[in-house]
Design a protein around this ligand. Structure first.
Ligand code: NJP
Length: 243
């Protein structure tokens, strides 16, 4: 309650549902994404349904200077960030021999560097206050060998490696660092990830709703650090990435 919770990639899917759920709990979501129009609409809906006034900022997480500007503004004008949910991300599923190197680079810039850009901005004040929670949305593809997702899987392996090391670096503090590994979730994600529709067709019956994932992440955020195992992660949904 009353916590300030920054959610990247809050303009659709898991991030959107998370923003709604944390507001329902009385926390203040701060929504970040590139589509300002969508953020405005979601914020208005949250205000109407929960009477919590969310804030939103247009932001491309891969733009380091913009990330710094926005986070400095949030901390100065709104307050210290209690929870950062690094959720912004996208995938392009291709066998590596067919993959486009521009897509691979962009995935690393958003999924990995973007996540680090945002984390870098919240760490100093979290350390100063000796509190906070960083939740990184990785993937089941970050743990398993998955055909046709080599580039995307590599970014999510990087997210898990970063998350696990950061957790160790901060082990003597009261700052939580968690990773969440969703399986296939019914969101806009597959518009870019699976342009042929083959993957979605195969895993449709295993797909979960974004709402379910958001609920579990809220549950995770409500746990005290002592209840979180080290290393901690939460797997949600099927690990079936066969195609
Ligand atoms: O997908 P989607 P999800 N800077 O497409 C934003 C992971 N995951 O909710 O910028 C800032 O509805 C984009 O906003 P916009 C997945 O890897 C998913 O499923 O306005 N934001 C939108 O709000 C990702 O990390 C599945 O276009 C940027 C959001 O990201 C997370 O779950 C499985 C951005 C994406 O929303 C949420 O994805 C899995 C940028 N440069 C992991 N680029 C799954 N759905 O099956 C994108 O294992 N965004």
């Amino acid at each position: 309650k009353d916590k300030i919770i920054v959610i990247t990639g809050a303009s659709s899917g898991i991030g959107e549902k998370l923003a709604i759920k944390v507001a329902e709990k009385g926390a203040h979501p701060i929504l970040l994404a590139r589509s300002e129009v969508k953020l405005k609409t979601i914020s208005e809906k949250i205000k109407k349904e929960t009477s919590v006034q969310p804030y939103y900022f247009k932001l491309d997480v891969s733009d380091r200077d913009a990330v710094e500007r926005v986070f400095v503004e949030i901390i100065k004008d709104i307050g210290n960030i209690d929870v950062l949910i690094n959720n912004a991300g996208f995938g392009v599923f291709d066998a590596f021999h067919e993959a486009n190197l521009d897509d691979l680079e962009k995935m690393f810039h958003v999924n990995v560097i973007g996540l680090m850009n945002c984390t870098k901005q919240v760490i100093p004040s979290m350390i100063e206050r000796n509190m906070g929670h960083i939740v990184n949305i990785a993937s089941q593809a970050g743990k398993l060998a998955t055909p046709k997702t080599s580039g995307y899987a590599a970014t999510k392996h990087a997210v898990l490696g970063f998350t696990n090391s950061l957790r160790l670096e901060l082990r003597k503090t009261n700052i939580h660092v968690s990773a969440v590994n969703p399986g296939p979730i019914e969101t806009n994600f597959f518009e870019s990830a699976d342009q042929s529709g083959t993957y979605v067709k195969n895993v449709k019956k295993y797909m979960l709703q974004a709402d379910t994932v958001a609920e579990k992440i809220v549950y995770l955020m409500e746990r005290p650090k002592r209840e979180l195992n080290i290393p901690y992660w939460m797997n949600i949904g099927s690990n079936l990435y066969n195609m």
